[in-house]
Design a protein around this ligand. Structure first.
Ligand SMILES: [Zn+2]
Length: 129
C-alpha cells in the first residue's frame, strides 16, 4: 500500500505503514505515537549526521612550511584518537593538507631556483672572474 498524502498535486510515493488508515507513510502519519517516534528518530539522525569539529574559537594553525603541515597532521591524528574531531573532518583536513603541502613544496622549490639563478648570474657577470 502506498501513502495517500498529497502536496502540491504530487502524491507521496513512500510505502504506507501497515496498520495506517487512511494509508500514510511514517513521514505523513498523523498517529501521535508515530509522530513522537519520528521526531525522536530525526533528533538522533541529526546528532549522528552532524560533523564533530573543534570549537570555532580554536586558534588557526600557522601553515607556511612542510613542518607546519606535518605538525597539523600529527595534531589532527591525536584529535581523531581522542574523539574531538570525526573522521569526515579529519579526511578533509588530510586532503587539504596534501594540497597545501604541494603548494608549499612548489613555493620552496621556486624560491631555491630563484636564488640559484641569482647566484649563477652573479658568477657570470664581468669583473667577478
Ligand atoms: Zn507519505
Amino acid at each position: 500500500m502506498i501513502c495517500e498524502h498529497e502536496s502540491d498535486g504530487k502524491r507521496c510515493r513512500a510505502f504506507a505503514l501497515r496498520e495506517s488508515s487512511p494509508p500514510l507513510c511514517v513521514r505523513h502519519s498523523e498517529d501521535p505515537d508515530i509522530i513522537r517516534r519520528r521526531q525522536e528518530g530525526d533528533r538522533k539522525g541529526g546528532a549522528v549526521g552532524a560533523a564533530r569539529t573543534l570549537p570555532a574559537k580554536t586558534p588557526a594553525p600557522t601553515l607556511e612550511t612542510a613542518g607546519d603541515v606535518r605538525a597539523l597532521l600529527a595534531e589532527t591524528i591525536q584529535q581523531v584518537r581522542l574523539g574531538a574531531v570525526d573522521t569526515r573532518t579529519a579526511n578533509a583536513v588530510g586532503y587539504l593538507a596534501s594540497v597545501l603541502l604541494r603548494a608549499v613544496e612548489g613555493h620552496e622549490l621556486d624560491t631555491r631556483l630563484t636564488e640559484l639563478e641569482r647566484a649563477l648570474r652573479g658568477a657570470r657577470s664581468p669583473g667577478r672572474v
